[in-house]
Ligand binder design. Sequence first.
Ligand SMILES: [Zn+2]
Length: 113
Amino acid sequence: MHELSIVQNILDIAEAEAKKNNAAKIIKIRLKIGEMAGVAVDSIRFCFESIKYNTIAKDAKLLIDHIPLTGRCKNCGVDFVIKNYRFICENCNGNKVEIIGGKELQIEELEAE
Ligand SMILES: [Zn+2]
């Protein structure tokens, strides 16, 4: 499963980071996941719950910030939230839209002690 390897990767990073700071356990992991990151958030949560027990993150809380799909119009320069994958500028109806947000998949915050 795609999400399982992502979660494994996140846990590896979190553990390495915690060890670097001489922390014994991870309390909180906050992720930033874009609407177009290509992962199912429910699967991320499920995988995290299934594999955290063998790690120093076994008591950690997983928080997820959802990042909406955001575009910038190449015609008028306005930034806007893209709804229903409709890549049309709200301001000028232009259809040349650059994606500037919504593909994120990263650790935003890590709390360990
Ligand atoms: Zn525009």
